[in-house]
Design a protein around this ligand. Structure first.
Ligand SMILES: [Zn+2]
Ligand SMILES: [Zn+2]
Length: 308
């Protein structure tokens, strides 16, 4: 069994082709999602272009030796948690502004324009926002947004979208292509509900060939757990159930835990989604989110980690 799976290695054209095919399929099944899909197409195209730009540039020099990462993992601490990583802010900032623009015309209106204006004038510091997003510091982003009268969820979203290609690349370099035995073993042994690279919860579980693969909502890493249990609290008894709330779609299910009231969406696919197309699996299952929330379930906040 290989719990930790490689997911990258496709180029921009291939990724866009896969995306278009999936968007067409969803639009046929769910015409009501058309406006949301149009916005997603604009946002993901920006993310894919940024991915290409970042992949061409050299990575900053980072001191993250494989053995050090392996020790962190063995303690249950994600590799990048608490690490001061310099971000390519000048490359990311224009994309941050474009993402706000796309959101403004795609339905978020003034709330997104306001964020764009404050970033453009420096009243909301792009570097600080990107760093807070990288380190998964929701509290910092929330308070920064509140102080400036901005919609916190939107600020979080644009920060996350702009940083995601960079953390996905770091994940590729330090984890997916790891060759050090100790680190490879630590990754194979990773059996937690949160991402071994960045510590985020999965956005969804993609089930391919019967393998329930957890997909990180931020860096898109892919891993399997050996236990069939709640990813949040490890409950594996009778209070943890999997249900298909929409009768006609048995390929899309909800894992529901009545101990911690957490839920996770799962979807059957032929292949794991390449970065950043996990967002498509997420958007095509928004009816599952509603079904879970109507039953009183929620996704818990991000876990907090110290460096060691
Ligand atoms: Zn991650
Ligand atoms: Zn639970």
């Amino acid at each position: 069994m290989t719990p930790y799976l490689p997911v990258s290695g496709r180029n921009r054209v291939e990724v866009l082709e896969i995306a278009e095919e999936r968007w067409r399929g969803i639009a046929v099944a769910r015409p009501d999602l058309e406006p949301a899909l149009a916005l997603q197409r604009r946002l993901l195209t920006l993310v894919i272009e940024l991915t290409e730009a970042l992949d061409r540039a050299p990575l900053p020099r980072l001191s993250l030796p494989p053995k050090y990462l392996a020790v962190k993992l063995s303690r249950g601490v994600p590799g990048f948690a608490g690490e001061p990583v310099p971000l390519p802010v000048p490359t990311m900032t224009p994309v941050l502004l474009e993402l706000c623009k796309a959101l403004a015309t795609g339905g978020a209106g003034d709330a997104a324009t306001h964020i764009r204006d404050l970033i453009a004038t420096g009243q909301l510091d792009a570097g600080s926002l990107l760093a807070a997003s990288f380190s998964r510091n929701q509290a910092a982003v929330r308070s920064g947004a509140a102080h400036r009268g901005l919609a916190a969820d939107l600020v979080w979203l644009v920060g996350e979208l702009a940083v995601s290609p960079f953390i996905h690349r770091l994940h590729g370099v330090f984890f997916e292509h790891a060759t050090d035995d100790q680190l490879v073993q630590a990754l194979r042994g990773w059996d937690r509900g949160y991402c071994p690279a960045c510590g985020s919860w999965p956005a969804i579980a993609e089930v391919v060939g019967g393998h329930r693969t957890l997909r990180c909502s931020f860096c898109a890493s892919a891993w399997e757990r050996t236990r069939y249990a709640c990813i949040y609290c490890d409950e594996g008894g009778e209070t943890f159930v999997t249900a298909a709330p929409i009768d006609t779609r048995k390929d899309r299910r909800l894992e529901l835990c009545s101990r911690c009231r957490g839920y996770l969406k799962t979807i059957d696919l032929l292949d794991l989604s390449p970065f950043p197309l996990l967002a498509i699996s997420d958007i095509e299952t928004t009816d599952l989110d509603l079904a879970a929330m109507e039953r009183g379930y929620a996704r818990p906040p991000l876990k907090e980690f110290t460096r060691r």
